[in-house]
Design a protein around this ligand. Structure first.
Ligand SMILES: NC(=O)c1ccc[n+]([C@@H]2O[C@H](COP(=O)([O-])OP(=O)(O)OC[C@H]3O[C@@H](n4cnc5c(N)ncnc54)[C@H](O)[C@@H]3O)[C@@H](O)[C@H]2O)c1
Length: 505
């Protein structure tokens, strides 16, 4: 009963009605630290279906479902399984499901043993359909929220998952023993405000069930930072906003089973907007330093990396962000556009978002120009130049290449005639760029020596950058990976983005 994936782009929401609802309510923010006893104080005990679910969560008998077993969903599912909950993962990708059913892991941040143990001891299983999803007590939705070619939001993965769940509810009401079964649905996919109440809730309402009584619905955005060893699922605080107070309380309690600090806010809309603020904050601040990095190059004599580190010595009111070749991944690049798209329906231009996007999107072009200038100093043409890109994942020490600026730089160079582009990346064995399949080269003397120009696009920690610079003839460093190299003869070989070294030399 696998639901086929709707890859078309529907009109994401009836914006007028959702917008009016938002304005009318004027949602009052009431942030409750929901950990432990604080949250319970002064609250009436949950009743009916909510009380049943509460008990199941507290005694670890609740069955947890996770829809979408990617970077967000799989770590979440494995975390619940490791806490002793019977956990079922649902993903339409048969390849992923087949791997998981064999106990094989494909997400870098999860220990392989955690997946194999959870499958072996039966606490986790995966399936490529929604059959019997109605038997689960909680379902997290962790599906992609991409944008279209025109950078409009595409929430069709979310609505498709919600429809599959509703279809399951219609298929059979009640548990095996015939008692009514009230599920808690927690949407985790990053999206624009009012998706939970304006897009998911109507789909679930069509089954005739009543939110807050027959089922529960909340939004709780993900904060996972792939590759981050310090801040993990368990110790990163998380925000929750439910459609009704009971929805919020149950979603808080569910998250508390695996996360130390859970913060309740007054509505799903606040939680949806909060997540976008986090990502827009990053996008805007990265754009700011990128712009200043370009200015430093224009002015000469000021190194932007040194400037940022100096500013970061201020113990309050400042947080360092660094320049780079652009932004990538499935979050910072995409999510701000969700809000700017929605804002237009209110005759509102989100200028910060647009300006940040413009600056960040210009960075791969800027790096391409640095390559042009470097080639101009050689007795070769771009199309003959051998270019080696170091690191193609969108950020350090991860294997995720989605919207990677490194790939954008490669595409731009190919567009302008570069024919000899190779790459090395310990996490990415193969890469598809403009219809070409590229295989990673080893990070060794022969590979580096054979290149006319080396671009450090992503600063994976395992690379020996001093060896790289010693071996290469010209290195364009977009990440300050070569910062520890001080020997003048070696520094002469480095073109550092934002270093204030005038490119005309
Ligand atoms: N990756 C991150 O670091 C990160 C961080 C915070 C938030 N998010 C957000 O979390 C969401 C998921 O991101 P991700 O990186 O895990 O995506 P992903 O592409 O790694 O995983 C999504 C999974 O959902 C599956 N899927 C798609 N439609 C489905 C359906 N209808 N039913 C069942 N499975 C379906 C896909 O096959 C895929 O395995 C996005 O909204 C993203 O913006 C991601």
């Amino acid at each position: 009963m696998g639901k086929s994936l709707n890859t078309t782009t529907p009109s994401p929401l009836p914006l007028a009605s959702s917008g009016q609802a938002l304005k009318k309510e004027g949602a009052k923010l009431e942030s409750i630290p929901a950990t432990g006893e604080n949250h319970a104080k002064g609250q009436r005990p949950l009743a009916g279906n909510a009380a049943v679910l509460e008990t199941k969560l507290k005694n670890t008998t609740a069955k947890i479902g996770v829809v979408g077993l990617g970077y967000v969903g799989l770590p979440l599912a494995i975390e619940f399984a490791r806490k002793g909950f019977e956990t079922v993962g649902i993903d339409l990708d048969k390849t992923k499901v087949a791997l998981l059913q064999k106990g094989k892991n494909y997400i870098q941040d999860i220990a392989d043993a955690h997946v194999s143990e959870a499958v072996k001891n039966g606490s986790f299983r995966a399936q490529d359909h929604y059959t019997k999803a109605r038997e689960l007590d909680v379902i997290y939705i962790c599906v992609p929220t991409p944008f279209t070619a025109n950078k409009d939001p595409d929430i069709s993965y979310i609505t498709s998952a919600a429809e599959a769940i509703a279809e399951e509810w219609r298929a059979e009401d009640g548990t095996a023993d015939g008692t009514p079964h009230a599920q808690l649905i927690i949407l985790k996919s990053t999206t624009f405000p009012n998706t939970t109440e304006g897009a998911v809730l109507p789909i679930l309402n069509e089954t005739g069930k009543q939110v807050g009584e027959d089922f529960f619905l909340a939004f709780s955005p993900e904060r996972i930072d792939p590759g981050n060893q310090k801040w993990t699922t368990a110790n990163t605080p998380i925000v929750v906003g439910g459609v009704t107070p009971a929805c919020t309380r149950l979603a808080v309690l569910t998250n508390q089973q695996i996360i130390e600090h859970v913060i309740a806010v007054s509505s799903p809309k606040v939680a949806e907007m909060e997540k976008l603020l986090e990502n827009i904050f990053r996008s805007v601040n990265i754009a700011l330093v990128n712009e200043l990095a370009k200015l430093c190059d224009r002015m000469g004599g000021i190194n932007m990396w040194e400037v940022v580190d100096a500013a970061a010595t201020k113990p309050f009111g400042y947080m360092p962000f660094y320049p780079g070749p652009g932004i990538g991944g499935h979050c910072i690049l995409i999510d701000p556009f969700y809000l700017s798209w929605q804002a237009r329906a209110y005759d509102f231009e989100t200028n910060f978002i647009t300006l940040a996007a413009e600056t960040n999107e210009s960075m791969p072009f800027y790096v391409k120009d640095l390559v042009f200038k470097a080639v101009a100093e050689l007795p070769i043409r771009l199309r003959d130049a051998k270019i080696l890109v170091i690191g193609v994942a969108f950020k350090r020490d991860v294997d995720d290449t989605r919207h990677s600026p490194a790939i954008r730089v490669m595409e731009l160079l190919m567009d302008d005639g570069a024919k000899n582009i190779a790459y090395t990346d310990p996490f990415v064995p193969q890469l598809w760029v403009k219809g070409q399949t590229l295989t990673a080269k080893p990070f060794d003397e022969a590979t580096i020596k054979s290149a006319d120009i080396v671009i450090i696009a992503t600063d994976h920690t395992q690379y020996d950058y001093e060896f790289l610079v010693r071996t290469a003839s010209c290195v364009i460093d977009t990440r300050n990976a070569t910062q520890r190299i001080t020997e003048p003869a070696l520094r002469e070989k480095i073109v550092l983005l934002g270093s204030g070294r005038r490119q005309e030399r």
